[in-house]
Design a protein around this ligand. Structure first.
Ligand SMILES: *Cc1c(COP(=O)(O)O)cnc(C)c1O
Length: 369
């Protein structure tokens, strides 16, 4: 699905040299390399504060702790997402309220958010699934009307731009109150282990986020709030600093793959190629098709027989997962989420794909139909 090794070989000198430096200086945690990356990432995002942390799941958890959510508070989250988004809500004793997504963008459905708001609702977590922004202006409007926090799960859309109605751009994750991201190796900006970051333009929130990620302390051994331990390793910061200058090029390389697939599959009436919303650029963390003839699993098997990797993101709605059943009524059915779980399939997409690979994969998909 990805080729992290070929990408590494192209930045090997810089990465190896930086890691060697970390080893020599032994500044393994929160050293100068982390500060360097933090500054560069702030500039790239055009955001005032980046707080690096240990992974994307922690980023979401710390964000929810920082806005002062209390047990029993409700947080609205799409039912069609990676488990982490809802998991941290439950972990903090909050109630995940799962809502449906749009069939075209796969992102949270704005009217469903509106319908799910109760007096206990405190926050909305839009997920920019597969690399494209949710409808942020509409979401911010609802949030403002009801005094809700908006925490963006930007783990899959690093590098994407939200396009405002008036035409100006902002990086995804910087439109809401807090953005959260993951540097898991296969993410669009991935390190060589676990890593994550939280970002915000709000000074007071930034102080709180930093504090919570560092055991609730600013001055060592003086703990103002209950926090956690979530840090980015210096070695991971080296990798991220080496990759960040290439991120826009990486996004272009992914878009080239998506354009190729779009064209190759345009005549297959049983496939829906990814929709591109007017309010977002798309960085194609995943290239995800909908199979309309009910034979998604047969297609997956066919591809496997022909040595083409494919993945189902995600096969089961969150509310049908054993872990989340207690948070929902047994009769909850979200039509679009269920349709998508049964019909989506993601094809290999990464920065190092060759024309031969694209041709072979496309041919295999087409020959199935
Ligand atoms: C990867 C991912 C996360 C979690 O990131 P980790 O670094 O693996 O903890 C959260 N949300 C979404 C949508 C993701 O894709």
């Amino acid at each position: 699905m990805v080729d992290v090794r070929s990408q590494y070989l192209k930045i090997k000198n810089e990465v190896d040299k930086g890691i060697q430096e970390v080893l020599e200086t032994t500044a393994f945690i929160n050293g100068p390399k982390v500060q360097e990356f933090k500054a560069a990432f702030q500039t790239y995002l055009g955001v005032k504060h980046v707080i690096p942390c240990a992974n994307g799941t922690d980023a979401l958890q710390i964000a929810m702790m920082a806005v002062g959510l209390k047990p029993g508070d409700e947080v609205i989250v799409p039912a069609f997402t990676y488990v982490a988004t809802a998991e941290v809500i439950a972990l903090l004793g909050l109630i995940p309220v799962m809502v449906d997504v749009d069939m075209d963008t796969f992102n949270v459905h704005v009217d469903s958010i509106q319908a799910a708001i109760s007096p206990r609702t405190k926050a909305i977590v839009p997920v920019h699934l597969y690399g494209q922004s949710a409808n942020m202006e509409a979401i911010m409007k609802i949030a403002e009307a009801h005094g809700l926090w908006v925490i963006e799960d930007n783990a899959q859309a690093i590098g994407a731009n939200y396009i405002y109605e008036d035409g100006h751009l902002a990086k995804t994750g910087t439109v809401g109150h807090i953005g959260c991201t993951s540097f898991y190796p296969s993410k669009n900006l991935g390190c060589y282990g676990d890593g994550g970051a939280i970002y915000t333009n709000d000074d007071a929130l930034a102080d709180m986020l930093y504090k919570i990620a560092n055991h609730g302390q600013v001055v060592r051994y003086y703990h103002d709030v209950v926090g956690c331990n979530s840090r980015l390793d210096s070695i991971q910061a080296v990798v991220l600093s080496a990759k960040l200058p290439h991120l826009d090029r990486y996004c272009d390389a992914r878009r080239r793959v998506a354009d190729y697939y779009d064209k190759a599959f345009s005549r297959i009436s049983d496939l829906v190629t990814p929709f591109r919303a007017a309010y977002s650029t798309h960085v194609f963390h995943q290239y995800t098709l909908q199979v309309l003839n009910g034979r998604r699993d047969d297609l997956k098997n066919w591809l496997e027989e022909n040595k083409v990797p494919s993945m189902i993101y995600y096969p089961v709605p969150l509310y049908q997962q054993e872990a989340f059943k207690r948070y929902v009524t047994p009769d909850l059915r979200l039509e679009n989420t269920e349709k998508l779980c049964a019909s989506v399939i993601s094809l290999p997409i990464h920065t190092e794909m060759t024309d031969e690979q694209l041709e072979y994969i496309s041919e295999m998909v087409i020959s199935f139909f």
